[in-house]
Design a protein around this ligand. Structure first.
Ligand code: ADE
Length: 361
């Protein structure tokens, strides 16, 4: 499997853009990525095939059928939009799809496609059936989006040659390809772009059983021995998110290493490591608690508007909305109401605040 990546914005000046990374699904499953070039710590724990991908049953079912049908017809897979909170496996799924299709996965992100030539450079180098993964697709520039429309719909690249009154449009045929777009903010996509995806799928937070299985798998890959209780403790405290589960597992490994822990890592050691990193029993971290405490201390538990909260916390509203809040909403600790955000009785209870109704009584 091969990966190509590009990060135009951070690596200027570069005459020709290449994608951030390329993953070649035609290589043998289980091959390591090119060391130092494309392999990240996260990559080493990613499942490579659908069969190894734990959780997201409905998503796997839908995409598994679409892949099988596309392969059977000898066609490229239809364009796919994956959306949901960060860390749930959108990039991993794109790589898995490329592997299942036996094609190359070209990985980039919208901020790297700032100028028209960034996206043009990427599209003209596509090989038949390649999978092009664009992360944070809601951040695509208007020009990039407009170049993508005919590319997605008619496999046509409309190039403008020349300037001013001599400018002409040239159409270039593109090979069949699959665009996989990923976003934490599906609502921020323009509807013409959203409408060009044949498959639109939401990734959900993972349940405890799946998370425990993910931690067990990752521990095996890292050559760590953890008790079932230790795995389940990480599962409980990772915000329903595999990326966080793997990150916490690495922090647990650090503590085990420093404590010269021999043999099996137990629940107490996990608790020590996660408490050190200020991750509480339900997986809330410092940002979650800051938001909830602000609501409770300054707004009597709410309602308070997103912009007010983001200004008080010095946090970008989009980050609060798409990164911090989804897990609090999922736990039922926070509610979004027409008048603003409100901490629920469960949220108060978790932070040790008394229930105001009981106080009145
Ligand atoms: N590692 C991260 N996400 C995973 C998943 N969904 N299945 C298996 N391992 C993973």
């Amino acid at each position: 499997m091969a990966i190509v990546s590009s990060n135009a914005a951070s690596q200027r000046p570069r005459p020709d853009r290449v994608p951030d990374r390329v993953v070649d699904g035609a290589r043998q499953a289980g091959d390591d990525l090119e060391p130092g070039r494309s392999g990240t710590k996260e990559d080493s724990l990613r499942p490579k095939r659908l069969a190894d991908y734990i959780g997201q049953r409905e998503l796997k079912q839908v995409l598994g059928i679409a892949v099988q049908a596309a392969v059977g017809r000898g066609e490229s897979l239809d364009h796919v939009l994956l959306y949901g909170p960060p860390g749930l496996g959108k990039t991993t799924m794109a790589m898995v799809l490329a592997e299942e299709l036996g094609v190359t996965c070209r990985i980039t992100s919208a901020p790297a496609l700032e100028r028209p030539r960034d996206i043009v450079g990427l599209l003209v180098t596509l090989q038949p059936k390649d999978l092009l993964f664009i992360d944070e697709i809601h951040r695509l520039s208007r020009v990039a989006e407009e170049l993508l429309y005919p590319a997605m719909e008619d496999r046509r690249l409309d190039l403008t040659v020349g300037k001013g009154s001599t400018a002409r449009t040239r159409a270039l045929d593109l090979p069949p390809f699959t665009l996989v777009g990923a976003t934490t903010r599906a609502g921020a996509l323009s509807s013409p772009l959203r409408d060009r995806f044949g498959l639109i799928q939401r990734l959900e937070f993972y349940g405890l059983e799946d998370l425990q299985a993910i931690v067990e798998r990752a521990a095996g890959l890292l050559d760590l021995e953890l008790s079932a209780e230790a795995c389940s403790e990480i599962a409980r405290r990772c915000r329903g998110t595999p990326r966080i589960a793997n990150r916490l597992l690495r922090r647990v490994r650090d503590v085990a290493c420093v404590r010269a822990c021999e043999g099996c890592i137990d629940r107490d050691l996990v608790d020590e490591a996660l408490t050190l990193h200020r991750v509480d029993g339900r997986g809330l971290d410092a940002s979650d608690r800051r938001l909830m405490e602000l609501l409770l201390q300054s707004y009597g538990g709410g309602p308070a508007g997103l912009d007010t909260l983001s200004a008080a916390l010095g946090e970008d509203p989009a980050t609060l909305e798409s990164v911090v809040e989804p897990y609090l909403l999922q736990l039922g600790f926070l509610q979004r109401t027409p008048r603003g955000r409100v901490v629920t009785a469960a949220g108060r209870g978790h932070l040790g605040w008394p229930d105001p109704q009981e106080q009145v009584a």
